[in-house]
Design a protein around this ligand. Structure first.
Ligand code: IMP
Length: 188
């Protein structure tokens, strides 16, 4: 089984990625506190991947976040830093949308993969949705309780649990990674 080193300290992301890369041996790589100074998800993902370079035959890192139209794309790359806790971050988004701004939103994920001494490869995934009037559901993490995917049945990601893998941003990005890993050789 191909070993993939996943640079993350987020146990929720690790659990999702182990589900998404079921045919691979996914091990977590702790890269400590990395300064996510990039302006895009892809840049931040590659900063984290480079911090773990060489610690597994394939090293991957992921950066992701929520973009809300009525907040001009915020929280975006600041999703993890929008407030001190998940509940605080959710409250802030709901408060900022209370005036009637557009609740259309999307989750975006960028995965950066480093294989051997090759160039970094980036794979992205997006899922469109709307921000719920109030949080619903206990599964998942982050903004899951307020995100309703357009392709679903009205349940939030936190109500869908593992069913979010059917159309999540992370599932889409990691599916592209899996295709690349299984269709190219390590010298590519
Ligand atoms: P990162 O660990 O720097 O990539 O931070 C991503 C942040 O975006 C997380 O801490 C969450 O707040 C949010 N986020 C990313 N993906 C998801 C998701 O699938 N569900 C809920 N929140 C997410």
């Amino acid at each position: 089984m191909m070993r993939i080193g996943f640079a993350t300290s987020n146990p929720h992301k690790l659990a999702e990625v182990r589900r998404l890369l079921a045919g691979f041996d996914v091990v977590a790589l702790d890269v400590g506190a990395v300064d996510e100074t990039g302006e895009t998800f892809a840049e931040n993902a590659c900063i984290k991947a480079r911090a773990a370079r060489g610690r597994a035959p394939v090293v991957v890192a992921e950066d992701s976040g929520l973009e809300v139209d009525g907040l001009r794309g915020a929280p975006g790359v600041y999703s993890a830093r929008y407030a001190a806790t998940d509940a605080g971050r959710i409250d802030r988004v709901l408060r900022e949308l209370a005036g009637g701004a557009s609740r259309r939103a999307r989750f975006v994920a960028a995965v950066c993969a480093l294989r051997g001494d090759g160039e970094p490869r980036v794979f992205e995934g997006v899922v469109e949705g709307v921000i719920a009037p109030e949080p619903r559901g206990d599964a998942g993490f982050g903004y899951d309780p307020i995100f309703i995917p357009l392709e679903g049945d009205g349940r939030t990601f936190a109500e869908l649990g593992a069913e979010k893998d059917r159309f999540s941003h992370r599932a889409r990005a990691f599916a592209k990674l899996a295709t690349w890993l299984t269709t190219t050789t390590s010298s590519a």
